[in-house]
Every structure is written in C-alpha cells, then in structure tokens.
Design a protein around this ligand. Sequence first.
Ligand code: BGC
Length: 756
Amino acid sequence: MSFDVAKPLRTAALLACLAVLASPARAETASPRVEALIARMTVEEKVGQLNLVSGHHAVTGPYTRSDVKEAILAGQAGGLFNVYGAEYTRGLQDMAVNQTRLGIPLLLGFDVLHGYRTIFPIPLGQAASWDMAAIEGAERVSAREAASAGVNWVYAPMVDVTRDPRWGRVAEGAGESSWLGAKIAAARVRGLQGKSLADNDTVAACVKHFAGNGATEAGRDYSAADLSERALRETQLPPFQAAVEANARCVMAAFNALDGVPGVANSRLLRDVLRNEWGFGGIVVSDFGAVEELTVHGVAEDAADAADQAFRAGTDIDMESRTYLTQLPQLVRDGAVPMAELNDAVRRILTLKEQLGLFDNPYGRSNESRENAILDLAVHQEKALDLAEKSLVLLKNDRQALPFATGPQRIAVIGPLADSKPDTLGSWAAHGDPEAAITVLDGIRQVAGEGAEIVSATGGAIDRSSPADIAAAARLAATADRVVLVLGERSTQSGEAASRSNIDLPGDQMALARAVIATGKPVAVVLMNGRPLTIEDLDREAPAILEAWYPGSRGGLAVARVLFGLAEPKGRLPITFPRSVGQIPIYHDARPTGRPAGDTPKPYTSTYIDQAPTPLYPFGYGLTYTSFYMGPPRVDLGSLGPAQTATVSVDVMNTGERAGTAMVQLYIRHRIARVSRPVRELRGFARVLLQPGEVGTVKMPISAADLAFWQPDGRFAPPVAGAIDVMAGPDSRSLRSTVLPFRFRDVSPREAMNRN
Ligand code: BGC
C-alpha cells in the first residue's frame, strides 16, 4: 500500500501553474465594463491609474509631492492615501467621477493598523491575546469606522515575522511565530474585508511588506535582508500566503532588498511566488517611494530603468514616487513595456474598484451621517476594552503581589507614561483621538473603588528624570498603600523609522523604579512599549510586572481592571524577551546545534561566557492569578497516517485559589530529518477556564499538514515516515512530551530516512 500525502499538494501546485500559464498575472475576471473602459483609455490615462498620491491628513514618508486635486483632475491619480473623512473623500470621489474624462472613482487608502477612531492595542499586543475571534472582531470595527470615512483600502495587516526587537516595526506585526502569524493574518483579512467587498462597511486589505522586511539586518529600518530559501519559505512567507488564501486583495512590495533584489523589483517574489505559485489576482502596490529608490539601491540606472524594472517585476501601483507617471508612457511607446502588461495592471486595479462597489456607488462609503453615528460607538469601545484586557501579559507576580484589593486606600500612580494619552494609543494610531484615551491613571480612578485616594507623579520624562523628580516620586510612593509604576517607551520610540540599538528602559526610568521599589511599598510595574525590552534588572527587583504594550483607547481601563482583579491576565508573549541585545536574534523555533548548552551550560557548548543563552521571558510566556498543573500530552493514535488527525489531550488542574484560564500550547519536533528541524515549532493551543481545584482536559489536533516543511525539491511536504516529539505546556520552554510515529507512505525505514 502506498500513501502519498505530497500528491494533492503537487496536483494543486500544477493546476495553479497551468492556470497562470494560460493567463499570465491577469486579473481574475474582468467585467465587460472594465474591458470597455480599458478599450477607451489612452496610455496616459492607464498610467494615471497606476499612480498613487499622498494626501495631507497624515505624514508617512519623507515627502508629499503632489497637489492632490490637480493630480485627480489631470487623470494622474488612480488612488490617494493618507486621506479620510466622509465629507472630504466624497469631494475627492466627486472630482474623479464628475470632472475627469473617464469618471473612474478613486482607491482611497490609509494605514489602519490597529483601529481607525476606536484604537485597539498595537498589533503586537493584539497578537498577545492569541484570540482570533477578538482580532477579527477588532478589524471589523476598524473597517466599519474607516469605511464610513470614505477609506476603501487599508495598508494592513502587516504580517512580517519579526525576530529582532531593535526594529521599531515589531510593534506592527504579530511577533516571531510564522504559525501564529499566519492564523492572525487570515483573521485580520477576514475582519477587514467582511463578507463582501461591495458592502459599504468593508475595506480592501493590503498585506505587507512583501517580503523579508521582518528580517532586515541589524534591526535597522530599510536595511537589506538575506534569507535562505528555507528561512523565507518556512518563516517569512506563511503569513503572507495565509492572507492571500483569505482573499486579501492587495499586497505591498517591501522597501528592502532580499538577496540583493528590492521588493518592488523582485519578480521572483511578485511573479513566481505570489502570482504563479499562490494564484494571487489582486493588486501589488509599492511601499512609499520604493520605485524611485531603486536608483538609490543601485539596481536601476535612472528613473526609466526603475519604472521598467518595478513594473515588469509585477508592481502595479507606484506609491508617491511619480516614477511610473513620468516614465511608463514612453516605455510603452518604445515597446519596452508591452501594452498587454499595462492593460493587465489596469485591469487588476479597475477590477478591485469594481469589487469595492465604487463604480456603482462611488460615495457609498463617504457617508457623513454614518461616520458621525459610528465612530467611537460604545460597542466599539467595549471591543477595544475586551481586546486590551486579553492582550495584557503578566510577566512577574512574586508572592501574589497582584491583584491589588479595591477599597479605601491611598494609591500612588507614578511614571512618565501613567497619564500620557497619545502613548496609550500607540504608534500608527490612525484617526484615533488622544483626548478620548483612558490612561492608566484614569483607569485606576475608575476601578479603585469607594474611598480610594489616588495620587500621581510623573517621576520625570521618558528620556530623562532629574534626581529631584525621582526623589519627589519616591516621597509620594512612601505615603501610599500601593504603587502602580507605569514605565516604558514613548510611542514614537517604536513603529516605522524607530529602530533602537539599545532596548533598555529609556532614560532614567530604571533609577526611578529603584527609588520607588526601595520604599518597600507593594509596587506593580506596568510596561508600555512597542517591542520587547531588555529588563533583566527590573525583573529582578520589581515584585510584579504587567506588560501592557500600547493598549489603545480603553487601554488604561483594561490595565486597571487587571491590576485590581476585575479581569484576569490572559495574554501570552508572541515574541521572546531577550536578556540583552547581545542575544538577538533569540526565538523559540531556533535550529538545534550539535553542542546544546543544556540547563547548566558546559564549556564548548552553544552559549555565552558572560550570560545565559536562555531568554528572559520565552515565547508563549505569561502568568495568571492562579496556578495550574498540566499533565503530559497524550495522543489518541499509535501512529499517524496520511488522512488522519491525531488528537493531543492534556489534563489541567487549577491548583490555586482563584478561577483562571489556562492556556496549553502544543509544539512539535521532528526527531530525525535530513535537514535539521527547529527544536520546537508551535502547532496549536487551547484554553480552559477552571475553578479552584477543578480539572479539565484540552484537546488539540495534529495532522500530516502540521508535519510539513520545505523540501529540497521546492515544495512543502511532510517526510514520508518518522516520528515527532509532541510537546505541550504553558509556554515554549516549559514543556512535557510524548512521541508520535507517523507513516505517510509504505517504505522501509532506510528508504524513509533517505527521503526525509
Ligand atoms: C510604510 C508602509 C505604509 C506606507 C504608507 C511606508 O513608509 O513602510 O507600511 O503603508 O508608508 O503610509
């Protein structure tokens, strides 16, 4: 008997290839209306559709070049970005529809990364919730709000897998796991695009930055990435593929070079992988100015060469550099760029406009009464509160310092971030209203209860505190029964163009923490930051630490509710916290070594002579207000066959005194494969709410697809036979295991080995 798990994969890939060969990189189906339009368009009008112009409602790059209205009236803008507001966007659509020869409506884009008006936690914080329904729900709210303001296209989700916390943009992504990242990418696309793009409460999602942006060297923004095919396929690409499979209608080509070829000129990525392998029929937009930057990269001789390379590589839309506008018409006339390819790009763009319902109702989204009615709606704010609560990760809680009791007491809320409204919203906060944000200080005022007296001090600024600031804060702390210390980074210290070479707490905040902790009062530290910080000292000295990321509009209320036990901390880290920058990159699914360090590192093993090789807080880590016993994983099958799903069960008991939600994570490791496999790979998780003393069992599936990896012959497939360690536990480093043999083809053990 012979099982061939790889066969369906191969067949699907073959069919996709045949489809693409028959119609290279065409829009999926173009309607008669779109074809009729294309037939009427001049070359300039076609190229105009490929030009994307920045408006002035937000600044997201080093320049804005165009007068928006002139560009529309001249037929030189297929779309605008950094514009919003129902009245304003209605005016723009009106100009495009009624005052240009062809009357083609505009794509109107905006970076809606974690909310439009109602601001949710930053994406990294959302990822800490590991809650797909809540994330999808947040994106539904974001889409509904942005769409009511005329936005029909958002530059999200950002799905770069990020393993270098020096990079400020880790804040925008889902962390270091490609498996978790893929699930989140799909949830976010579903939430943004809703049931039908033609509905007025949806937006087209633009997944970014394709590809390798999360792996740029030295954590510096805009630097280059150099990835093996395996690292690209197994680590960076899965969330992009998941977003495409969830029907994301747009992909943004990255700034960075990958193996020497910048994203916008990377035909292997844009044509071979995205269009031909994955069958993507949507649009590809460049990142901001990236077409022109090809000359700065030193891969294009001049603007004409840049336009030629980017367009022919598969970049349909030029964001803000105007290189297509100035160069493509001549390139088409010279025959360097075939008219058929220009038509294909225009066809894709017009098809998206049609799918968005823009031809039939260009003003459907720009609806002032809906905008007024739904922005900041109470139910949206409730969702923001819910997701913020779920994103909080309890990093330390010595002797159950938390939760604090409510009731009559004096509480000192100290720190430069305790009452900072813009920082509570975080970076890329779209059209969020900082004034409406609930800070930690506000939140504590709301939940501390009858008779509580709240006092506060900043203790200085984020970047600098004077000895007098610190002394005043410590004096105030000494008068209190309990202290909440809110520390971290300014929101502009993470996000785009905010790489840091040192990821300690900025300024004198550690000195502030020491002075406050030295008062001997019960102190809980709340951290607000867009990336993992190196906080080994804080971890040693503070009794309790709650990671709050930038928690969004209702963030301070969420923090207060968790600090005072009205909600439980449920978040788990989606990214490793290193002890020092010297450990970077450090992540859970590293490759093994022939000389593992073990628990007590020996000489000549893979460690440091000046520091442990282990993280400060591992991937998947997060405490609760109770304690759990987790049993070893059990698998219901003796061996896994090709069409089977094994169920992994783990018994969990709440051994503490409070009700709480346990989260069990499931990892696998291939015992033997010819290409060494990561020491652990996340493949599942499950939660169970348990009362004190209660026992429950969680179940998680494993099937052949979970065992697949990138094979030397260029496809994802599991080995034909072998065994995996099935590991389960509360985080990526506290795992118990069992073995699961598998056999997907009837081969001898030696043959199996040679085929793995
Ligand atoms: C960023 C993108 C963003 C674009 C438009 C660029 O600088 O890299 O993520 O979507 O600006 O604002």
